[in-house]
Design a binder for this molecule. Structure first.
Ligand code: NAP
Ligand code: G4F
Length: 324
């Protein structure tokens, strides 16, 4: 009988970690989820799988914890999803962001190289690395011009992944994922903030939604589709880097329009802009070309922009119904 595949997922408690763990359990993997120690670990997103996933404690800023965990789990596949992932926080806490998001990835790669060099490694890279984009749509060959300490940190981690592959021959892939959302998205990100506010305003629980730049355009997909792409990258014959995106771009204003339409309201009557929410530097336009992933991995998104907005607003309405 063949050995059960083991996967180590960092960032288990985040949006993607929860979807990926569910996906891997569905494929029969033994899943180890790295959680950082805190007085109150945030396990809400993984409540449903706590009996199946094995929690292991460690922190991306502690090298020895990562080596210990890898030695204990002996993973076949490692998915490095942990990061300080919120762009505004990266302007407020640039050193912490670099420690976790940039050096944390290097610590993971070094731990793997020394403890389990045969494992396959996935790095959660980001379209934020394209920053002030030099071409549209963006693909694997588009130059990187990061516009935030977060983008800069992800770029360091991206090149660390490429270098480990080239220098040491480890199987390491970097997935350059464009924005992906879901009802489990953190409440500080713009899509969840809008979906939640539209639902609350429609029920008379809130009056105004304050936002920053309404003109920014993003390529928004569904997180459930994107974790499947992560797994596909680690099943390929050869390690490589892939853009994962829908190929469609919409503005924050478009997201508002759809979300408020879903609850029968006009967004213009409820949204106000606030200077404090404007970033020191902005990424104006992102739209990805995922044709390499389609060709080599057979990956395609299944959820449209309209479907995503409806899914997120409907989930917020259902939560309000359940709490009544
Ligand atoms: P998320 O919801 O913010 O989750 C981040 C995870 O990292 C959380 O589980 C968090 O744990 C963990 N973490 C933070 N600092 C840590 C540390 N020092 N040691 C160990 N764990 C730590 O992010 P996400 O949306 O799921 O995204 C997953 C990854 O993909 C991130 O690396 C993100 O930067 C990247 N990415 C995301 C998108 C997107 O659109 N979602 C696009 C491109 C790339 P706590 O619960 O303890 O805070
Ligand atoms: O939802 P956001 O905060 O996501 P952002 O900055 O694009 O970053 C996300 O996607 C990246 C992939 O490109 C990931 F790597 C990263 O970890 C994260 O998941 O903001 C989206 C846009 C921005 O242009 C922002 O300026 O929405 C604009 N925006 C306008 N008002 C707002 C708001 N963003 C937030 N968070 N809150 C607002 O009130």
């Amino acid at each position: 009988m063949s050995e059960r595949r083991r996967a180590l997922v960092t960032g288990l408690t985040g949006q993607d970690g929860s979807y990926l763990a569910e996906f891997l359990l569905g494929k029969g993997y033994e899943v180890f989820g790295l959680v950082r120690r805190s007085s109150m670990p945030r396990l809400e997103r993984v409540q449903g799988i706590l009996g199946e996933v094995q929690i292991v404690y460690g922190d991306l800023i502690d090298q020895s914890s990562l080596q210990r965990v890898m030695g204990d789990c002996r993973p076949h596949e490692i998915y490095n999803l942990a990061a300080q992932s919120f762009v505004p926080t990266s302007f407020a806490e640039p050193v912490l962001t670099a420690e976790v998001t940039a050096l944390g990835a290097t610590r993971m790669l070094e731990a793997m190289r020394h403890v389990c060099p045969e494992a396959r490694f996935y790095q959660a890279s980001s379209s934020e690395m394209f920053g002030a984009v030099r071409e549209t749509p963006q693909n694997e060959l588009t130059p990187f011009v990061p516009q935030s300490p977060y983008g800069l940190s992800k770029l360091y981690a991206h090149w660390a992944t490429v270098q480990h592959r080239e220098a040491y021959g480890v199987f390491a892939c970097s997935g350059i994922l464009f924005n992906h959302e879901s009802p489990r998205r953190g409440e500080e990100f713009v899509t969840r903030k809008i979906a939640k506010a539209a639902a609350r305003i429609s029920r008379g629980l809130q009056e105004v939604l304050y936002l920053g730049n309404l003109d920014a355009r993003r390529d928004w997909g569904f997180a459930g589709d994107y974790v499947r792409a992560m797994w596909l990258m680690l099943q390929a014959d050869e390690a490589a880097d892939f853009v994962i995106a829908t190929g469609e771009t919409n503005s924050v204003r478009d997201f508002c329009s759809r979300a408020f339409e879903r609850v029968g309201l006009r967004w213009e009557d409820h949204v106000e802009t606030q200077e404090a929410l404007i970033r020191p530097l902005e990424v104006d336009l992102l739209v990805g070309d995922a044709s390499l992933a389609e060709e080599r991995l057979g990956w395609e998104p299944t959820i449209t922009f309209e479907g995503l907005v409806e899914m997120m607003v409907d989930a917020e309405l259902a939560k309000l119904d359940a709490s009544e």
